[in-house]
Design a binder for this molecule. Structure first.
Ligand SMILES: O=C(O)CCC(=O)C(=O)O
Ligand SMILES: [Mn+2]
Length: 199
C-alpha cells in the first residue's frame, strides 16, 4: 500500500519478512565494524537514539555541531552500504547515483527523535530514503517551517518512506516507539535506516 502524507511518499509493508530479516543481518555486520554510539548534541545532551553509518560518509554530532565525517569516531572508515539497501534506493530513488551515507538509527525503549529538518546535505534535490525495521515508531510530520499543525502515523517494520520534492525540508521526528511490538529483533527496539546523497 502506498500513501502520501504531506508530500512524504510512504510505502507500507514494502519489505517482506524475509527481506527484513536479511537486512537485520546486514545491519549486524555494519555494527560489528562500526559500533553504535550516542552522539552528543551541541546543546550538551546526548541523543537517546544510538547510531552509526555505512557508506563514504557518516553522520556525526558533537558539541561543535552536526556534520558528515569520513570516519567513525573510533577513527576507522565506515563499512560499505549493503547491496540490499542499494537495491531499494535504485528501485525508489535513482538507478545511477547511489547514496553517500546510510545512517543507522537504533531506538531502544524510551528513545525518541525531536522534530528536525535533514539539511546537512549539499543538494536538496535528492530525497532521503527511510527504511523502518523492528518495533513500530510514531512518526510526526510537520511543515517546512518550525511549528504549526502536525500529523502522526505509525511506521512499522518493512515500511519505506521517500522524503523528497517539496517535502524534502519538512520537519519530522519520532515521538516514541511501541517497544516489543515486533518480533524482528529478539531484544526489541526499532532500527531506522536513512540513505542520503550528501555531496
Ligand atoms: O527514525 C526515523 O523514522 C526518522 C529518522 C530521521 O529523521 C533521521 O535520522 O534524520
Ligand atoms: Mn530526519
Amino acid at each position: 500500500m502506498r500513501l502520501t502524507v504531506r508530500g512524504f511518499d510512504i510505502h507500507k509493508a514494502y519489505l517482506d519478512a524475509g527481506s527484513q530479516a536479511a537486512l537485520v543481518g546486514d545491519i549486524r555486520t555494519i555494527v560489528a565494524a562500526a559500533p553504535l554510539f550516542s552522539p552528543q548534541t551541541p546543546y550538551g545532551k546526548p541523543m537517546s537514539v544510538r547510531m552509526t553509518s555505512a557508506g563514504a560518509l557518516g553522520w556525526y554530532a558533537d558539541r561543535s555541531g552536526y556534520r558528515y565525517a569520513a570516519q567513525h569516531p573510533n577513527g576507522t572508515a565506515w563499512p560499505p552500504i549493503p547491496a540490499a539497501i542499494l537495491d531499494i534506493w535504485r528501485a525508489l530513488v535513482d538507478a545511477e547515483r547511489g547514496p553517500d551515507c546510510c545512517l543507522v538509527n537504533f531506538y531502544g525503549a524510551g528513545a525518541r527523535m525531536g522534530m528536525h529538518q535533514d539539511k546537512d546535505e549539499a543538494d536538496f534535490d535528492w530525497p532521503v530514503l527511510s527504511i523502518s525495521l523492528g518495533d513500530a515508531g510514531l512518526f510526526r510530520i510537520g511543515n517546512t517551517q518550525r511549528g504549526g499543525k502536525t500529523e502522526t502515523l505509525w511506521l512499522e517494520s518493512g515500511d519505506v518512506v521517500v522524503m523528497g520534492g517539496a517535502a524534502r525540508l519538512t520537519y519530522h521526528g519520532v515521538d516514541r516507539i511501541r517497544f516489543g511490538s515486533s518480533s524482528l529483533l529478539p531484544q526489541g527496539g526499532r532500527i531506522n535506516l536513512t540513505c542520503r546523497v550528501v555531496l
